[in-house]
Design a protein around this ligand. Sequence first.
Ligand SMILES: Cc1cc2nc3c(=O)[nH]c(=O)nc-3n(C[C@H](O)[C@H](O)[C@H](O)COP(=O)(O)OP(=O)(O)OC[C@H]3O[C@@H](n4cnc5c(N)ncnc54)[C@H](O)[C@@H]3O)c2cc1C
Length: 592
Amino acid sequence: MPSYTAPVKDLQFVLHDVLEVAASDIPGYSELERDFTEAVLNEAGKLASEVLLPLNAVGDSEGCRLENGVVYTPAGFKEAFGKLREGGWNGLDLPEEFGGQGLPYLMSTAVGETTVSANMAFNMYQALTHGAINAILAHGSEAQKATYLPKMVALEWTGTMNLTEPQAGTDLGIMRTRAEPQAEGSYKITGQKIFISAGDHDLSENVIHMVLAKAPGGGEGTRGVSLFIVPKFLVNEDGSLGARNAVSVGKIEEKMGIHGNATCVMNYDGATGYLIGELHKGMSAMFVMMNEARLGVGLQGYALAEVAYQNALAYARERLQGRDVTGARNPDGPADPIIVHPDVRRTLMDQKSFVEGARAFTFWGASLIDRAHRSGDAAADGLISLMTPVIKGFLTDKGFEMCVAAQQVYGGHGYIEDSGMSQFARDARIAMIYEGANGVQALDLVGRKLAADGGKHVMAFFEMVKGFIKENEGDDALKRDFLDPLKAASKDLQAAGMFFMQNGMKNPNAALSGSYDFMHMMGHVCLGLMWARMARAAMAALEAGASDADFYKTKIATGRYYMARQLPATAMHLKRIESGAGPVMALDAAAF
Ligand SMILES: Cc1cc2nc3c(=O)[nH]c(=O)nc-3n(C[C@H](O)[C@H](O)[C@H](O)COP(=O)(O)OP(=O)(O)OC[C@H]3O[C@@H](n4cnc5c(N)ncnc54)[C@H](O)[C@@H]3O)c2cc1C
């Protein structure tokens, strides 16, 4: 049975040593003093390891079940959800007027990492609610906010996001669900949505579905799509629950992982729905929330890699096989622990350096979201829009890869379900697919985000990297091990951008054949920048005589590994990009 301890020291390091949150000018950040965030993270960590982790395997083996139209979650989920509710965890970053605590989004991101590491399937019931709350906050009328938000913030009601249909996944413009206007102002929603996470369950008394559907007069494609609130139980004037709405669960999908989360086929048979936001502007209403939702999925990637790594490390320390080639380390035992072997070290370093870099990248992204929302900073908004597909695509690809790497440390035992390592890999796999498949994230990055606003956000990113290098070049140790590799990788990234500019217009396939490589390349450069920032912070702490010198030295060594062993991947990605569409598109579709 896997274990999990919230890495509070590492979380604190990013918040305080790297991002220096308490000194930030972002409104609300001054509240995030070291002691305060430590206390919150310790509490969250306790809930994660004592309550949620033990239910992770239960959720995986038991799954959810549909009986007579009612969805039941695995044993223990209901009680644990009650604890989440009682602790007020859902409202951490939500407005105080609706019962939240009004803390920065960054704080709920840090807490969210611990919940996802411990039990991703469980976390999704809350995460989807959070998404629906954000939709209502951004687009709901005052009456809608008053009706739904207090109950949803308190987790008495939960939420879902209904986009996907059998024939409409990535291409939502071809959706068929219809919305017919009614005389009294509501709509009748008819159609089928599939793969709806947390679609129904026994954790809350009502489920508030956010449903995309086509209302008359909107025309073809995504332009015709509007967003509707469709409650499972209609809500009376006084806020009490009324009649059951005409929405039902067709089935629960059998799937590869996240068995503890009910992935439902939802049937809408003339269900009562209420328009939210502007008619025929449903897609843009949905997309307002995308930065946050996609950052949350990127977080799932590395949070699962974190828990998988923690277990791989413990196993590598105790599993005895073979001898250290430089001399026995455990001469009295039958063999040495496998952590002595360079190849096992390599994989542990891959995992560790990825997770810690990814955490810094995600937290930085969350701080950009806070800056954009709380300070109304357009540059931060532009930058996070650019980074969102990278956070989602790169961190979930690598997160899955690292879960597999952690499983590999267990050898055959990792393949056997008892170890729990296979669950991490199976759970991590979905993050590469939902919330926009990773290939589509790469398309978004190269096809849209790079050129957005005349390319000014990517230029701002390059300037930021250049500025950081210039500012710190005087430090020889930082320059040799961190800044020089970062400069080389950033040059590769700029060369790839130049290739797209020169070739993409005349042949879009030339750019899109390299889009996936570009997404990974940019992910590496971002993690390289994060490691350079972390190394600088660790060096500064050592110079200041920090009491825990080993912690900071370990950070620097881990960063050096990333720069030496991972960052050079940009050169390979550039080569692939510069080969253009030729090799990729050489075969006619019929010739495969
Ligand atoms: C467990 C689970 C939970 C989910 N939860 C939800 C939920 O809560 N709400 C919800 O609405 N949906 C949900 N989904 C649906 C999910 O978001 C979609 O599966 C996903 O967006 C991809 O759509 P699709 O499966 O139809 O694949 P398709 O759109 O058919 O794509 C198939 C492949 O083609 C590629 N592709 C498609 N178009 C392009 C293009 N233009 N350029 C390049 N490549 C392209 C994709 O990258 C993908 O690899 C969930 C899915 C699963 C499996």
